[in-house]
Design a protein. Structure first.
Lengths: 309, 284
Protein backbone atom coordinates (compact mmCIF):
# COMPACT_ATOMS: atom_id res chain seq x y z
CA UNK A 1 0.00 0.00 0.00
CA UNK A 2 1.60 3.27 -1.03
CA UNK A 3 -1.01 5.69 0.27
CA UNK A 4 0.01 7.31 3.55
CA UNK A 5 -1.57 5.96 6.72
CA UNK A 6 -3.86 8.55 8.33
CA UNK A 7 -5.08 6.54 11.30
CA UNK A 8 -3.11 3.91 13.13
CA UNK A 9 -4.28 2.04 16.23
CA UNK A 10 -2.15 -0.45 18.14
CA UNK A 11 -3.53 -2.60 20.96
CA UNK A 12 -6.12 0.06 21.62
CA UNK A 13 -7.99 -0.66 24.84
CA UNK A 14 -10.66 1.18 26.78
CA UNK A 15 -12.02 -0.09 30.06
CA UNK A 16 -14.79 1.38 32.18
CA UNK A 17 -14.19 -0.25 35.55
CA UNK A 18 -14.61 -4.00 35.00
CA UNK A 19 -16.09 -3.61 31.54
CA UNK A 20 -13.62 -3.66 28.67
CA UNK A 21 -15.46 -1.79 25.93
CA UNK A 22 -12.57 -1.93 23.46
CA UNK A 23 -10.23 -4.85 23.90
CA UNK A 24 -6.80 -4.70 22.32
CA UNK A 25 -7.68 -3.74 18.77
CA UNK A 26 -5.21 -2.72 16.06
CA UNK A 27 -5.83 -1.37 12.57
CA UNK A 28 -4.45 1.06 10.00
CA UNK A 29 -6.43 3.26 7.65
CA UNK A 30 -4.74 4.64 4.52
CA UNK A 31 -5.75 8.03 3.11
CA UNK A 32 -8.84 7.96 0.93
CA UNK A 33 -10.07 4.62 2.18
CA UNK A 34 -13.58 4.07 3.36
CA UNK A 35 -13.16 2.01 6.51
CA UNK A 36 -15.97 0.48 8.52
CA UNK A 37 -16.48 -0.89 11.98
CA UNK A 38 -19.32 -3.37 11.78
CA UNK A 39 -20.84 -4.87 14.89
CA UNK A 40 -23.93 -4.99 17.07
CA UNK A 41 -24.83 -2.33 19.62
CA UNK A 42 -22.41 -2.37 22.52
CA UNK A 43 -19.56 -3.85 20.47
CA UNK A 44 -17.28 -0.91 21.27
CA UNK A 45 -17.63 0.92 17.95
CA UNK A 46 -18.66 4.29 19.33
CA UNK A 47 -16.03 4.11 22.04
CA UNK A 48 -13.38 3.56 19.36
CA UNK A 49 -14.74 6.52 17.41
CA UNK A 50 -14.59 8.73 20.50
CA UNK A 51 -10.97 7.80 21.07
CA UNK A 52 -10.13 8.58 17.43
CA UNK A 53 -11.98 11.88 17.78
CA UNK A 54 -9.87 12.74 20.80
CA UNK A 55 -12.82 13.11 23.16
CA UNK A 56 -12.30 9.92 25.15
CA UNK A 57 -9.04 8.83 26.76
CA UNK A 58 -7.81 5.32 26.06
CA UNK A 59 -6.86 2.97 28.87
CA UNK A 60 -3.85 1.55 27.03
CA UNK A 61 -2.36 1.04 23.59
CA UNK A 62 -1.42 3.71 21.10
CA UNK A 63 -3.33 5.76 18.60
CA UNK A 64 -2.15 8.17 15.96
CA UNK A 65 -4.22 10.41 13.70
CA UNK A 66 -2.23 12.21 10.98
CA UNK A 67 0.83 11.34 13.06
CA UNK A 68 -0.58 13.01 16.18
CA UNK A 69 -1.72 11.52 19.47
CA UNK A 70 -5.31 12.69 20.09
CA UNK A 71 -4.73 12.60 23.83
CA UNK A 72 -1.92 15.14 23.82
CA UNK A 73 -2.94 17.05 20.68
CA UNK A 74 -6.73 17.04 20.91
CA UNK A 75 -7.36 20.37 19.14
CA UNK A 76 -4.77 19.63 16.42
CA UNK A 77 -6.28 16.19 15.73
CA UNK A 78 -9.86 17.46 15.79
CA UNK A 79 -8.94 20.26 13.37
CA UNK A 80 -8.29 17.52 10.79
CA UNK A 81 -11.60 15.76 11.34
CA UNK A 82 -15.23 16.09 10.50
CA UNK A 83 -17.38 14.33 13.06
CA UNK A 84 -20.93 13.03 12.72
CA UNK A 85 -21.93 11.74 16.16
CA UNK A 86 -24.45 9.02 16.77
CA UNK A 87 -26.86 11.51 18.37
CA UNK A 88 -27.39 14.76 16.50
CA UNK A 89 -26.29 17.69 18.64
CA UNK A 90 -27.22 20.60 16.42
CA UNK A 91 -27.98 24.03 17.85
CA UNK A 92 -31.75 23.66 17.90
CA UNK A 93 -32.25 27.33 18.69
CA UNK A 94 -30.26 28.53 15.69
CA UNK A 95 -31.39 28.44 12.10
CA UNK A 96 -30.14 25.84 9.66
CA UNK A 97 -27.59 28.01 7.86
CA UNK A 98 -26.42 29.62 11.09
CA UNK A 99 -25.62 26.16 12.49
CA UNK A 100 -23.01 25.75 9.78
CA UNK A 101 -21.53 29.21 10.23
CA UNK A 102 -21.29 28.95 14.01
CA UNK A 103 -19.59 25.58 13.71
CA UNK A 104 -17.10 26.94 11.22
CA UNK A 105 -16.21 29.69 13.69
CA UNK A 106 -14.95 27.02 16.11
CA UNK A 107 -12.21 26.39 13.54
CA UNK A 108 -11.42 30.08 13.39
CA UNK A 109 -12.71 30.26 9.83
CA UNK A 110 -13.56 33.78 8.65
CA UNK A 111 -17.10 34.75 7.65
CA UNK A 112 -16.03 35.61 4.09
CA UNK A 113 -15.19 31.92 3.69
CA UNK A 114 -18.07 30.58 5.78
CA UNK A 115 -20.97 32.39 4.11
CA UNK A 116 -20.48 30.97 0.58
CA UNK A 117 -19.29 27.65 2.03
CA UNK A 118 -22.46 27.29 4.11
CA UNK A 119 -24.58 27.84 0.99
CA UNK A 120 -22.54 25.31 -0.94
CA UNK A 121 -22.93 22.70 1.81
CA UNK A 122 -26.67 23.34 2.11
CA UNK A 123 -26.89 22.65 -1.61
CA UNK A 124 -24.89 19.46 -1.12
CA UNK A 125 -27.15 18.37 1.74
CA UNK A 126 -30.24 19.31 -0.28
CA UNK A 127 -31.32 21.76 2.39
CA UNK A 128 -31.07 25.03 0.47
CA UNK A 129 -34.78 25.78 0.83
CA UNK A 130 -34.51 25.14 4.58
CA UNK A 131 -31.61 27.55 5.09
CA UNK A 132 -33.63 29.88 7.30
CA UNK A 133 -35.75 27.27 9.05
CA UNK A 134 -35.33 26.44 12.69
CA UNK A 135 -33.59 23.13 13.25
CA UNK A 136 -36.47 21.66 15.23
CA UNK A 137 -38.68 22.01 12.15
CA UNK A 138 -36.50 19.51 10.23
CA UNK A 139 -37.24 15.80 9.80
CA UNK A 140 -34.84 13.19 11.18
CA UNK A 141 -33.24 12.65 7.77
CA UNK A 142 -32.79 16.39 7.22
CA UNK A 143 -31.17 16.82 10.63
CA UNK A 144 -28.79 14.01 9.83
CA UNK A 145 -27.86 15.64 6.51
CA UNK A 146 -27.38 18.96 8.29
CA UNK A 147 -25.08 17.26 10.80
CA UNK A 148 -23.08 15.85 7.91
CA UNK A 149 -22.97 19.25 6.19
CA UNK A 150 -21.79 20.77 9.46
CA UNK A 151 -19.01 18.20 9.76
CA UNK A 152 -17.73 19.31 6.34
CA UNK A 153 -17.49 23.02 7.09
CA UNK A 154 -13.72 22.84 7.69
CA UNK A 155 -13.14 20.74 4.54
CA UNK A 156 -11.83 17.78 6.53
CA UNK A 157 -9.93 15.03 4.78
CA UNK A 158 -11.11 12.53 7.39
CA UNK A 159 -14.76 12.10 8.26
CA UNK A 160 -15.92 10.09 11.28
CA UNK A 161 -19.49 8.83 10.99
CA UNK A 162 -21.00 7.07 13.98
CA UNK A 163 -24.11 5.14 12.92
CA UNK A 164 -24.92 7.68 10.20
CA UNK A 165 -28.30 6.26 9.15
CA UNK A 166 -29.67 4.68 12.32
CA UNK A 167 -33.30 5.64 12.81
CA UNK A 168 -33.84 6.89 9.25
CA UNK A 169 -36.42 5.61 6.80
CA UNK A 170 -35.17 3.74 3.70
CA UNK A 171 -35.49 6.70 1.36
CA UNK A 172 -33.59 9.03 3.70
CA UNK A 173 -30.88 6.38 4.04
CA UNK A 174 -30.42 6.14 0.30
CA UNK A 175 -30.11 9.92 -0.06
CA UNK A 176 -27.51 9.90 2.69
CA UNK A 177 -25.56 7.02 1.16
CA UNK A 178 -25.48 8.88 -2.12
CA UNK A 179 -24.01 11.97 -0.40
CA UNK A 180 -21.44 9.89 1.45
CA UNK A 181 -20.49 8.10 -1.73
CA UNK A 182 -19.78 11.44 -3.38
CA UNK A 183 -17.51 12.38 -0.52
CA UNK A 184 -15.68 9.12 -0.86
CA UNK A 185 -15.25 9.79 -4.57
CA UNK A 186 -13.77 13.19 -3.80
CA UNK A 187 -11.04 11.46 -1.80
CA UNK A 188 -12.24 11.99 1.78
CA UNK A 189 -11.26 9.20 4.15
CA UNK A 190 -14.43 7.84 5.72
CA UNK A 191 -14.46 6.00 9.02
CA UNK A 192 -17.89 4.71 9.80
CA UNK A 193 -19.54 2.50 12.35
CA UNK A 194 -22.72 0.69 11.55
CA UNK A 195 -24.77 -2.29 12.52
CA UNK A 196 -26.37 -2.39 9.10
CA UNK A 197 -24.64 -4.87 6.82
CA UNK A 198 -26.11 -3.27 3.70
CA UNK A 199 -24.62 0.06 4.73
CA UNK A 200 -21.23 -1.53 5.25
CA UNK A 201 -21.46 -3.27 1.89
CA UNK A 202 -22.48 -0.06 0.13
CA UNK A 203 -19.90 2.24 1.60
CA UNK A 204 -16.88 0.40 2.93
CA UNK A 205 -13.75 -0.56 0.99
CA UNK A 206 -12.60 -2.49 4.00
CA UNK A 207 -13.99 -3.20 7.40
CA UNK A 208 -13.43 -4.85 10.71
CA UNK A 209 -16.12 -6.96 12.27
CA UNK A 210 -16.21 -6.15 15.98
CA UNK A 211 -17.93 -8.00 18.77
CA UNK A 212 -17.54 -7.43 22.52
CA UNK A 213 -14.68 -5.02 21.91
CA UNK A 214 -12.62 -7.45 19.82
CA UNK A 215 -11.88 -7.69 16.12
CA UNK A 216 -13.41 -10.89 14.77
CA UNK A 217 -12.39 -10.46 11.12
CA UNK A 218 -10.96 -7.88 8.78
CA UNK A 219 -11.14 -7.41 5.03
CA UNK A 220 -13.20 -6.05 2.16
CA UNK A 221 -16.91 -6.94 2.23
CA UNK A 222 -16.42 -9.31 -0.72
CA UNK A 223 -13.40 -11.05 0.74
CA UNK A 224 -15.07 -11.44 4.14
CA UNK A 225 -18.06 -13.07 2.49
CA UNK A 226 -15.84 -15.30 0.38
CA UNK A 227 -13.82 -16.33 3.39
CA UNK A 228 -16.55 -16.86 5.94
CA UNK A 229 -19.65 -17.74 3.96
CA UNK A 230 -20.87 -19.53 0.85
CA UNK A 231 -21.79 -17.78 -2.37
CA UNK A 232 -25.53 -18.16 -1.85
CA UNK A 233 -27.95 -18.71 0.98
CA UNK A 234 -31.24 -20.54 0.91
CA UNK A 235 -33.66 -19.19 3.48
CA UNK A 236 -36.49 -21.52 4.45
CA UNK A 237 -39.42 -20.99 6.78
CA UNK A 238 -41.26 -23.99 8.12
CA UNK A 239 -43.24 -22.17 10.79
CA UNK A 240 -41.85 -21.28 14.19
CA UNK A 241 -42.56 -24.70 15.70
CA UNK A 242 -40.90 -26.82 13.06
CA UNK A 243 -37.87 -24.60 12.36
CA UNK A 244 -36.04 -25.95 15.38
CA UNK A 245 -36.58 -29.64 14.65
CA UNK A 246 -36.29 -29.68 10.86
CA UNK A 247 -32.49 -29.47 10.99
CA UNK A 248 -32.02 -33.26 11.12
CA UNK A 249 -34.12 -33.75 8.01
CA UNK A 250 -32.08 -31.17 6.08
CA UNK A 251 -28.69 -32.59 6.95
CA UNK A 252 -26.30 -33.04 4.04
CA UNK A 253 -27.79 -30.28 1.90
CA UNK A 254 -25.43 -27.37 1.22
CA UNK A 255 -22.19 -26.64 3.05
CA UNK A 256 -23.61 -25.54 6.36
CA UNK A 257 -26.91 -25.18 8.14
CA UNK A 258 -27.94 -22.44 10.54
CA UNK A 259 -31.17 -22.64 12.50
CA UNK A 260 -32.67 -19.35 13.66
CA UNK A 261 -35.92 -18.98 15.61
CA UNK A 262 -37.84 -17.73 12.57
CA UNK A 263 -36.06 -19.47 9.69
CA UNK A 264 -33.47 -21.99 8.61
CA UNK A 265 -30.47 -20.91 6.53
CA UNK A 266 -28.73 -23.31 4.20
CA UNK A 267 -25.35 -22.09 2.97
CA UNK A 268 -24.65 -23.42 -0.50
CA UNK A 269 -22.75 -22.46 -3.62
CA UNK A 270 -25.93 -22.92 -5.62
CA UNK A 271 -29.09 -22.04 -3.71
CA UNK A 272 -31.54 -23.22 -6.38
CA UNK A 273 -30.13 -26.72 -6.49
CA UNK A 274 -30.15 -26.83 -2.69
CA UNK A 275 -33.84 -25.98 -2.82
CA UNK A 276 -34.40 -28.81 -5.33
CA UNK A 277 -32.78 -31.21 -2.88
CA UNK A 278 -35.05 -29.98 -0.11
CA UNK A 279 -38.21 -30.56 -2.13
CA UNK A 280 -36.83 -33.90 -3.35
CA UNK A 281 -36.83 -35.04 0.28
CA UNK A 282 -40.52 -34.31 0.41
CA UNK A 283 -40.14 -31.24 2.61
CA UNK A 284 -42.51 -28.34 1.93
CA UNK A 285 -41.30 -25.04 3.39
CA UNK A 286 -43.90 -22.27 3.79
CA UNK A 287 -41.59 -19.83 2.04
CA UNK A 288 -38.21 -20.14 0.39
CA UNK A 289 -35.76 -17.52 -0.80
CA UNK A 290 -32.39 -17.80 -2.53
CA UNK A 291 -30.07 -14.81 -2.04
CA UNK A 292 -26.40 -13.89 -2.16
CA UNK A 293 -24.43 -14.18 1.06
CA UNK A 294 -24.09 -10.93 2.98
CA UNK A 295 -22.07 -9.55 5.86
CA UNK A 296 -24.95 -10.55 8.12
CA UNK A 297 -24.06 -14.17 7.35
CA UNK A 298 -20.42 -13.46 8.06
CA UNK A 299 -21.34 -12.02 11.42
CA UNK A 300 -23.61 -14.95 12.21
CA UNK A 301 -20.84 -17.36 11.32
CA UNK A 302 -18.25 -15.55 13.43
CA UNK A 303 -20.33 -14.90 16.53
CA UNK A 304 -23.31 -17.20 16.35
CA UNK A 305 -25.57 -14.16 16.70
CA UNK A 306 -27.46 -11.78 14.43
CA UNK A 307 -26.30 -8.19 14.03
CA UNK A 308 -29.60 -6.59 14.87
CA UNK A 309 -31.18 -8.34 17.83
CA UNK B 1 -30.57 17.29 -6.46
CA UNK B 2 -27.26 18.72 -7.37
CA UNK B 3 -24.16 17.11 -8.68
CA UNK B 4 -21.79 19.85 -7.66
CA UNK B 5 -18.57 18.53 -6.19
CA UNK B 6 -18.14 19.55 -2.60
CA UNK B 7 -14.61 20.76 -2.87
CA UNK B 8 -14.48 23.94 -4.88
CA UNK B 9 -11.14 24.75 -6.47
CA UNK B 10 -11.56 28.55 -6.25
CA UNK B 11 -8.79 29.74 -3.94
CA UNK B 12 -11.05 32.23 -2.13
CA UNK B 13 -13.30 29.38 -1.09
CA UNK B 14 -10.70 27.17 0.55
CA UNK B 15 -10.62 26.59 4.27
CA UNK B 16 -7.33 27.33 5.94
CA UNK B 17 -5.23 24.35 7.00
CA UNK B 18 -6.03 22.22 10.06
CA UNK B 19 -2.84 23.58 11.65
CA UNK B 20 -4.17 27.13 11.39
CA UNK B 21 -7.58 26.01 12.71
CA UNK B 22 -5.98 24.38 15.74
CA UNK B 23 -3.71 27.34 16.47
CA UNK B 24 -6.60 29.81 16.23
CA UNK B 25 -8.86 27.62 18.35
CA UNK B 26 -6.18 27.28 21.03
CA UNK B 27 -5.85 31.04 21.16
CA UNK B 28 -9.39 32.31 20.64
CA UNK B 29 -11.56 29.25 21.33
CA UNK B 30 -13.35 30.77 24.34
CA UNK B 31 -14.41 33.75 22.23
CA UNK B 32 -15.63 31.46 19.44
CA UNK B 33 -17.87 29.66 21.88
CA UNK B 34 -19.03 32.92 23.47
CA UNK B 35 -20.08 34.01 19.97
CA UNK B 36 -22.30 30.94 19.70
CA UNK B 37 -23.95 31.62 23.08
CA UNK B 38 -24.60 35.24 22.10
CA UNK B 39 -26.12 34.18 18.79
CA UNK B 40 -28.48 31.88 20.67
CA UNK B 41 -29.32 34.68 23.14
CA UNK B 42 -30.09 37.00 20.24
CA UNK B 43 -33.06 34.75 19.48
CA UNK B 44 -34.72 35.80 22.68
CA UNK B 45 -33.09 39.23 22.68
CA UNK B 46 -36.36 41.14 22.98
CA UNK B 47 -37.43 39.28 26.06
CA UNK B 48 -33.99 39.97 27.58
CA UNK B 49 -34.34 43.68 26.85
CA UNK B 50 -37.92 43.93 28.10
CA UNK B 51 -37.01 42.02 31.24
CA UNK B 52 -33.98 44.24 31.81
CA UNK B 53 -36.07 47.40 31.60
CA UNK B 54 -39.38 46.16 32.98
CA UNK B 55 -38.02 44.52 36.10
CA UNK B 56 -36.25 47.59 37.55
CA UNK B 57 -39.13 49.89 36.70
CA UNK B 58 -41.61 47.57 38.46
CA UNK B 59 -39.44 46.92 41.50
CA UNK B 60 -38.29 50.50 41.98
CA UNK B 61 -41.81 51.75 41.64
CA UNK B 62 -43.23 49.22 44.11
CA UNK B 63 -40.46 49.30 46.71
CA UNK B 64 -38.78 52.59 46.17
CA UNK B 65 -41.87 54.72 45.60
CA UNK B 66 -44.83 52.79 47.02
CA UNK B 67 -43.31 51.19 50.09
CA UNK B 68 -40.90 54.09 50.56
CA UNK B 69 -43.64 56.61 51.35
CA UNK B 70 -44.53 54.55 54.42
CA UNK B 71 -40.94 53.73 55.37
CA UNK B 72 -39.56 57.24 54.98
CA UNK B 73 -42.36 58.67 57.12
CA UNK B 74 -41.52 56.34 60.01
CA UNK B 75 -37.85 55.41 59.75
CA UNK B 76 -36.01 58.48 60.97
CA UNK B 77 -32.38 57.78 60.14
CA UNK B 78 -32.64 53.96 60.11
CA UNK B 79 -31.15 53.84 56.63
CA UNK B 80 -28.05 55.88 57.27
CA UNK B 81 -29.63 59.18 56.37
CA UNK B 82 -30.70 58.29 52.84
CA UNK B 83 -34.20 57.74 51.47
CA UNK B 84 -35.58 54.22 51.31
CA UNK B 85 -35.47 54.38 47.52
CA UNK B 86 -31.75 55.13 47.59
CA UNK B 87 -31.19 52.40 50.16
CA UNK B 88 -33.03 49.68 48.27
CA UNK B 89 -32.02 50.55 44.67
CA UNK B 90 -28.47 49.09 44.69
CA UNK B 91 -29.76 45.98 46.48
CA UNK B 92 -32.38 45.42 43.79
CA UNK B 93 -29.77 45.97 41.08
CA UNK B 94 -27.44 43.35 42.55
CA UNK B 95 -30.25 40.91 43.32
CA UNK B 96 -31.53 41.10 39.74
CA UNK B 97 -28.09 40.25 38.35
CA UNK B 98 -27.72 37.33 40.77
CA UNK B 99 -31.15 35.99 39.82
CA UNK B 100 -30.32 36.16 36.12
CA UNK B 101 -27.10 34.29 36.90
CA UNK B 102 -29.02 31.59 38.73
CA UNK B 103 -30.84 30.98 35.44
CA UNK B 104 -27.91 31.21 33.02
CA UNK B 105 -25.69 28.91 35.07
CA UNK B 106 -28.14 26.14 35.89
CA UNK B 107 -30.53 24.83 33.23
CA UNK B 108 -28.35 25.70 30.21
CA UNK B 109 -25.51 23.65 31.74
CA UNK B 110 -27.77 20.63 32.14
CA UNK B 111 -28.89 21.23 28.56
CA UNK B 112 -25.28 21.23 27.41
CA UNK B 113 -24.35 17.96 29.07
CA UNK B 114 -27.56 16.03 29.08
CA UNK B 115 -30.75 17.27 27.48
CA UNK B 116 -29.69 18.48 24.07
CA UNK B 117 -25.99 17.82 24.60
CA UNK B 118 -25.05 21.13 22.97
CA UNK B 119 -21.55 21.10 24.52
CA UNK B 120 -20.60 17.94 22.64
CA UNK B 121 -20.91 19.55 19.21
CA UNK B 122 -18.14 22.10 19.80
CA UNK B 123 -16.11 19.50 21.65
CA UNK B 124 -15.80 17.54 18.40
CA UNK B 125 -14.24 20.70 16.91
CA UNK B 126 -10.81 21.96 18.03
CA UNK B 127 -12.34 23.58 21.13
CA UNK B 128 -11.50 22.12 24.53
CA UNK B 129 -13.95 21.80 27.45
CA UNK B 130 -12.33 24.65 29.40
CA UNK B 131 -12.98 26.97 26.45
CA UNK B 132 -16.59 25.88 26.17
CA UNK B 133 -17.00 26.69 29.88
CA UNK B 134 -15.22 30.04 29.54
CA UNK B 135 -17.19 30.97 26.43
CA UNK B 136 -20.46 30.36 28.24
CA UNK B 137 -19.23 32.42 31.20
CA UNK B 138 -18.03 35.30 29.02
CA UNK B 139 -21.26 35.55 27.04
CA UNK B 140 -23.32 35.35 30.23
CA UNK B 141 -21.19 38.03 31.87
CA UNK B 142 -21.89 40.32 28.95
CA UNK B 143 -25.58 39.74 29.46
CA UNK B 144 -25.31 40.52 33.21
CA UNK B 145 -23.35 43.67 32.44
CA UNK B 146 -25.82 44.94 29.85
CA UNK B 147 -28.75 44.16 32.10
CA UNK B 148 -27.05 45.91 35.04
CA UNK B 149 -26.21 48.98 32.97
CA UNK B 150 -29.84 49.27 31.91
CA UNK B 151 -30.94 48.68 35.50
CA UNK B 152 -28.59 51.36 36.71
CA UNK B 153 -29.87 53.79 34.10
CA UNK B 154 -33.38 53.28 35.46
CA UNK B 155 -32.09 53.71 39.03
CA UNK B 156 -30.49 56.98 37.98
CA UNK B 157 -33.71 58.14 36.33
CA UNK B 158 -35.53 57.51 39.60
CA UNK B 159 -32.91 59.79 41.16
CA UNK B 160 -31.78 56.96 43.40
CA UNK B 161 -28.03 57.27 42.78
CA UNK B 162 -26.81 60.63 44.07
CA UNK B 163 -23.08 59.82 43.83
CA UNK B 164 -21.14 60.40 40.58
CA UNK B 165 -19.63 56.91 41.12
CA UNK B 166 -22.99 55.22 41.03
CA UNK B 167 -22.36 53.59 37.63
CA UNK B 168 -19.67 51.38 39.23
CA UNK B 169 -22.55 49.51 40.91
CA UNK B 170 -23.37 47.98 37.49
CA UNK B 171 -19.91 46.40 37.48
CA UNK B 172 -20.34 45.32 41.09
CA UNK B 173 -23.62 43.62 40.18
CA UNK B 174 -21.90 41.75 37.34
CA UNK B 175 -19.14 40.50 39.62
CA UNK B 176 -21.70 39.54 42.29
CA UNK B 177 -23.60 37.57 39.64
CA UNK B 178 -20.44 35.65 38.83
CA UNK B 179 -19.48 35.07 42.44
CA UNK B 180 -22.84 33.41 43.01
CA UNK B 181 -23.20 31.95 39.52
CA UNK B 182 -19.87 30.24 38.95
CA UNK B 183 -20.02 27.94 42.00
CA UNK B 184 -23.58 27.16 40.91
CA UNK B 185 -22.33 26.38 37.39
CA UNK B 186 -19.71 24.01 38.82
CA UNK B 187 -22.46 22.27 40.75
CA UNK B 188 -24.72 22.16 37.68
CA UNK B 189 -21.88 20.59 35.67
CA UNK B 190 -21.54 17.85 38.27
CA UNK B 191 -25.21 16.79 38.12
CA UNK B 192 -25.92 13.79 35.93
CA UNK B 193 -29.55 13.21 36.88
CA UNK B 194 -32.14 15.97 37.03
CA UNK B 195 -34.09 15.44 40.23
CA UNK B 196 -35.35 19.00 40.57
CA UNK B 197 -32.14 20.29 42.15
CA UNK B 198 -32.38 23.65 40.42
CA UNK B 199 -35.86 24.30 41.78
CA UNK B 200 -34.45 23.61 45.24
CA UNK B 201 -31.58 26.01 44.60
CA UNK B 202 -34.10 28.70 43.64
CA UNK B 203 -36.29 28.14 46.69
CA UNK B 204 -33.75 27.41 49.39
CA UNK B 205 -30.71 29.39 48.27
CA UNK B 206 -31.64 32.20 45.87
CA UNK B 207 -34.78 33.31 47.72
CA UNK B 208 -33.21 33.38 51.23
CA UNK B 209 -30.21 35.24 49.82
CA UNK B 210 -32.56 37.79 48.28
CA UNK B 211 -34.51 38.24 51.53
CA UNK B 212 -31.75 38.05 54.15
CA UNK B 213 -28.86 39.91 52.53
CA UNK B 214 -29.64 43.38 53.82
CA UNK B 215 -31.73 43.94 50.74
CA UNK B 216 -34.82 45.56 52.22
CA UNK B 217 -33.45 46.41 55.68
CA UNK B 218 -29.93 46.67 57.13
CA UNK B 219 -28.41 43.30 57.96
CA UNK B 220 -27.68 44.30 61.57
CA UNK B 221 -31.40 44.59 62.32
CA UNK B 222 -31.60 40.79 61.96
CA UNK B 223 -30.90 38.46 64.91
CA UNK B 224 -27.45 36.86 64.84
CA UNK B 225 -29.06 33.47 64.16
CA UNK B 226 -29.78 34.49 60.58
CA UNK B 227 -27.30 37.34 60.11
CA UNK B 228 -24.60 34.90 58.97
CA UNK B 229 -26.61 34.29 55.80
CA UNK B 230 -25.66 37.82 54.80
CA UNK B 231 -22.00 37.35 55.60
CA UNK B 232 -21.65 34.42 53.19
CA UNK B 233 -24.00 35.95 50.65
CA UNK B 234 -22.67 37.43 47.39
CA UNK B 235 -25.89 39.46 47.35
CA UNK B 236 -25.03 41.15 50.65
CA UNK B 237 -21.40 41.83 49.74
CA UNK B 238 -22.48 43.13 46.34
CA UNK B 239 -25.31 45.22 47.78
CA UNK B 240 -23.13 46.87 50.42
CA UNK B 241 -20.45 47.59 47.86
CA UNK B 242 -23.08 48.98 45.50
CA UNK B 243 -24.33 51.30 48.28
CA UNK B 244 -20.81 52.61 48.79
CA UNK B 245 -20.78 53.65 45.16
CA UNK B 246 -24.36 54.88 44.66
CA UNK B 247 -24.72 57.05 47.78
CA UNK B 248 -21.38 56.84 49.56
CA UNK B 249 -22.60 54.61 52.38
CA UNK B 250 -20.40 55.06 55.42
CA UNK B 251 -18.59 51.83 56.28
CA UNK B 252 -15.06 50.96 57.49
CA UNK B 253 -12.63 50.78 54.51
CA UNK B 254 -11.59 47.30 55.65
CA UNK B 255 -15.16 46.09 55.20
CA UNK B 256 -15.24 47.52 51.68
CA UNK B 257 -12.06 45.60 50.91
CA UNK B 258 -13.60 42.44 52.35
CA UNK B 259 -16.60 42.83 50.03
CA UNK B 260 -14.32 43.08 46.99
CA UNK B 261 -12.12 40.18 48.09
CA UNK B 262 -15.12 37.98 48.89
CA UNK B 263 -16.80 38.59 45.54
CA UNK B 264 -13.65 38.13 43.47
CA UNK B 265 -12.52 35.07 45.45
CA UNK B 266 -15.88 33.30 45.13
CA UNK B 267 -15.90 33.96 41.39
CA UNK B 268 -12.33 32.75 40.92
CA UNK B 269 -12.84 29.60 42.97
CA UNK B 270 -16.06 28.98 41.07
CA UNK B 271 -14.32 29.38 37.73
CA UNK B 272 -11.57 26.91 38.72
CA UNK B 273 -14.16 24.37 39.84
CA UNK B 274 -16.15 24.85 36.64
CA UNK B 275 -13.10 24.16 34.47
CA UNK B 276 -12.24 21.09 36.51
CA UNK B 277 -15.79 19.77 36.29
CA UNK B 278 -16.00 20.35 32.52
CA UNK B 279 -12.74 18.47 31.94
CA UNK B 280 -13.92 15.66 34.20
CA UNK B 281 -17.17 15.42 32.27
CA UNK B 282 -15.84 15.71 28.72
CA UNK B 283 -12.18 14.68 28.77
CA UNK B 284 -9.57 17.04 27.37
Amino acid sequence: MNRPTVISARSLTKAYGDLTAVDNISFDVPAGESFGLLGPNGAGKSTTMKMIGGVSQRTSGSLSIMGLDPETHGPEVRAHLGVVPQQDNLDEELRVRENLIVYGRYFGLPLRYLRPKADELLEFAQLTDKANSKVDALSGGMKRRLTIARSLINEPRILLLDEPTTGLDPQARHILWDRLFRLKESGVTLILTTHYMDEAEQLCDRLIVVDKGRIMAEGSPASLIREHSSREVLELRFGSERNATIGVELEGIGERLETLPDRVLIYAHDGESALEQVTARGLRPMTSLVRRSSLEDVFLRLTGRSLVD
Amino acid sequence: MTDKPITTPEPSLRAHSPEVSAARARRWGSFYYAEQVLRVMRNYGWSVVLYSVGQPVAYLFAMGVGLATLVDANSGSAFGGVSYLEFVAPALLVSAAVMTASGEFSYPIMDGFKWRRVFYGPHASPLIPQQIASGHIMASSLRFLLQSVVYFAVVAMFGASPSPWGWVSALVATVAALSFGLPLMAYAASITQDKGQFALVQRFIVMPLFLFSGTFFPLDTLPLAVRWIGWISPVWHGTELGRVFTYGMDEPPLLTIIHVVFLVAAAVVGWVLVRRQFVKRMGS
